[in-house]
Design a protein around this ligand. Structure first.
Ligand code: ATP
Ligand code: MG
Length: 276
């Protein structure tokens, strides 16, 4: 994983990124509609840090995450990762980045096959990225990852429905970690959890960052969580970044009227404190 000497160096530099989806609309007369989901967005994420990405529903947050993984139609701009422009690589050259970058989504249940055991789910990235690994080594690695995320190693032979929402999200964290990524996109990964469980997952992510030097892009609409976990944040409105900077500046002295409105819309939440 991350070399400690590189902590604080730029890992991702996004410049003038635009993403436009094409959608076929109309029940009888078909027409193509262009949805400009992301418009000329630029930002940088440093190694070993957590960048927040906030904005209302539909503002383009997930699209940015997908564009980094080349799962969204990039129209223009560049995404430099460790100095290489991901938008210019062919599929073969891009393959290693599928290992280096992982995503954790909001709904862990939806991203797991309910008929697969936890061992099989956590090992999914290993099967793709380390096919040479023996069954025994894979099992040892899964057991080690489960303990790392705070689940008993004997969870391996159980199935997703036998876990709570928070435990399922821990399983997703273990799965994301299995390919030893440097960068994890957390797309609303705590939004569906109770506040106390949110705090546990957030603390787990922070502990892993400290231990492994992982860099996060933390997408959320809950500003209280972003303030807690992120050193810097980006504020998106209608596909554009309207404000960015250190989170405490954004929260205590928001400059853009949209950031002020977002803050006013948030019910005052108790600050997340370290739980388990
Ligand atoms: N595959 C797609 N095809 C067409 N339009 C899409 C597609 N995915 C997203 N969009 C549109 O792009 C815009 C941005 O969507 P995106 O999912 O990035 O928003 P978001 O900020 O993540 O929202 P949310 O907070 O609800 O998750 C929206 O208008 C959405 O309808
Ligand atoms: Mg989204």
């Amino acid at each position: 994983m991350s070399d400690e000497r590189l902590i604080g160096e730029p890992l991702i530099e996004v410049r003038d990124l635009s993403v436009t989806y094409e959608a076929r609309r109309g029940a009888f007369i078909k027409r193509t509609e262009f949805i400009r989901a992301v418009k000329r967005v630029s930002f940088m994420v440093r190694r070993g840090t957590t960048m927040g990405l906030v904005g209302e529903s539909g503002s383009g947050k997930s699209t940015i995450g997908k564009a980094i993984l080349r799962l969204a139609p990039i129209e223009a701009g560049s995404i430099k990762y460790d100095g290489n422009d991901l938008t210019k690589l062919d599929e073969k050259a891009f393959m290693p980045y599928r290992k280096r970058v992982q995503t954790i989504f909001q709904d862990p249940y939806a991203s797991m096959n309910p008929r697969h055991s936890i061992a099989s789910i956590v090992a999914e990235p290993l099967k793709v990225h380390a096919p040479e690994m023996s069954m025994q080594d894979r099992e040892d690695r899964v057991a080690e990852l489960l303990v790392k995320v705070g689940l008993p190693a004997d969870s391996m032979n159980r199935y997703p429905h036998q876990f709570s929402g928070g435990q399922r999200q821990r399983i997703c964290v273990a799965r994301a970690l299995s390919s030893k990524p440097e960068f994890i996109i957390c797309d609303e990964c705590v939004s569906a959890l109770d506040v106390s469980v949110q705090a546990q997952i957030v603390n787990l992510l922070q502990d892993l960052q400290e231990e492994l030097g992982i860099t996060y892009l933390f997408i959320a609409h809950d500003l209280a969580v972003v303030e807690h976990i992120c050193s810097d944040a980006l504020v998106m409105e209608l596909g554009e970044i309207v404000e960015q900077g250190p989170t405490d500046h954004l929260y205590h002295a928001p400059k853009h009227p949209y950031t002020q409105r977002l803050l006013e819309a948030v019910p005052k939440m108790p600050t997340i404190v370290g739980v388990g």
